[in-house]
Design a protein around this ligand. Structure first.
Ligand SMILES: C[C@](O)(CO)[C@H](O)COP(=O)(O)OP(=O)(O)OC[C@H]1O[C@@H](n2ccc(N)nc2=O)[C@H](O)[C@@H]1O
Ligand SMILES: Nc1ncnc2c1ncn2[C@@H]1O[C@H](COP(=O)(O)OP(=O)(O)OP(=O)(O)O)[C@@H](O)[C@H]1O
Length: 287
């Protein structure tokens, strides 16, 4: 095989709680993650000399800072291979938007190089590489619906949801995950999110029924940084959605809608010109 093309889906956080600060400086989280049908597409090609990144986006670095580059370097090194790879990232996921764009590209590179060079690394071996690359990368490797604890890298796979339609809205502002977590510490959430209850509800119903209490504790922090989030939430609620929530460290906001058509209707009538409005749906797990 000389070339592979891998789809790299975005994720949303259906809820996100923070339990405290860990000794390693990261936050202990408890969240439910969901992969969605909004994809980057990675084209991987064998090459003799080094790792090269190209992309259609002017927001994505093409050097060592790219998480896809780091993933390629790591897996080639673990395999003891001196060969290289050319990676073209067709970027569709908004950047620095709370949708794990970089993390999913990294996960796709691990899978892609495993296939391209026939390395036969086990899933568990890929997970341990994913952990080294970032907290969201292990989830991006498996997809579907999962509870994530620890740094976000300790996963409990949940049953797949029934196909659920969503709309994701991203304003044209980037938020740094590290900055949002650091701001959170100045005013931490005093309550607690009943994540176990939500996990049980999802497992019993195979869908999200949006009872009281679904929340992302980073949302008020990011709202302070950018008023767009509040405006988007109120526009979504005006359009009849039951609940809208910020994903990850933001600024993307998502809402469940009854049908694909409803998502398209929201997109077509969206009044804020600079926003990225994406009707989409939940995905099932990959591994
Ligand atoms: C906000 C989320 O996207 C929710 O899924 C994740 O928690 C962030 O995951 P990520 O982007 O893969 O994060 P990493 O690349 O591991 O870390 C970026 C920075 O975010 C902060 N960070 C991240 C994860 C975590 N559990 N606690 C943290 O405090 C740290 O300052 C870290 O330096
Ligand atoms: N392959 C990549 N795609 C997008 N951004 C990348 C990539 N590699 C490195 N980056 C850098 O990472 C930063 C964060 O981008 P990314 O899209 O991963 O954020 P995010 O979706 O908020 O992440 P998360 O939801 O995991 O916190 C960007 O500002 C960009 O400079």
């Amino acid at each position: 095989m000389e070339e592979v093309v891998i789809k790299a889906p975005a994720k949303i956080n259906l809820c996100l709680d923070i339990k405290g600060l860990r000794e390693d400086g990261y936050h202990e989280v408890d969240m439910i993650m969901q992969s969605i049908a909004l994809y980057d597409r990675l084209h991987l090609q064998k090459s003799g000399d080094g790792i090269k990144i190209s992309t259609n986006s002017d927001r994505v670095p093409t050097g060592r800072e790219n998480l896809a580059y780091k993933a390629a370097e790591l897996i080639l090194d673990e395999a003891g291979l001196h060969n290289g790879v050319n990676i073209h990232i067709e970027k569709n996921i908004p950047v620095a938007a709370g949708l794990a764009g970089g993390s999913t590209d990294a996960a796709a590179v691990l899978k892609g190089i495993n296939q391209l060079y026939g390395l036969n690394f086990s899933y568990n071996r890929l997970v341990s590489m994913a952990r080294k690359l970032g907290s969201d990368v292990p989830f991006c490797l498996q997809g579907g619906t999962a509870r994530a604890t620890g740094r976000g890298d300790y996963l409990t796979q949940l049953d797949d949801l029934q196909k659920t339609y969503l709309v994701v809205v991203t304003p044209p502002v980037a938020l740094s995950t590290a900055y949002i977590y650091s701001q959170y510490d100045k005013n931490p959430f005093s309550g607690s999110i009943p994540v176990t209850r939500f996990v049980n509800l999802i497992s019993n119903n195979k869908k999200i029924t949006w009872e009281e209490g679904w929340y992302n504790v980073l949302e008020p922090v990011s709202i302070k940084e950018t008023f767009d989030i509040k405006e988007i939430k109120s526009l979504l609620e005006d359009r009849g959605v039951r609940l809208s929530l910020m994903s990850g460290s933001g600024p993307s906001v998502f809402a469940i809608v009854d049908s694909w058509d409803k998502g398209c209707e929201i997109k077509e009538s969206w009044p804020r010109r600079g926003d990225f409005v994406h009707p989409t749906w939940t995905l099932k797990k990959e591994f």
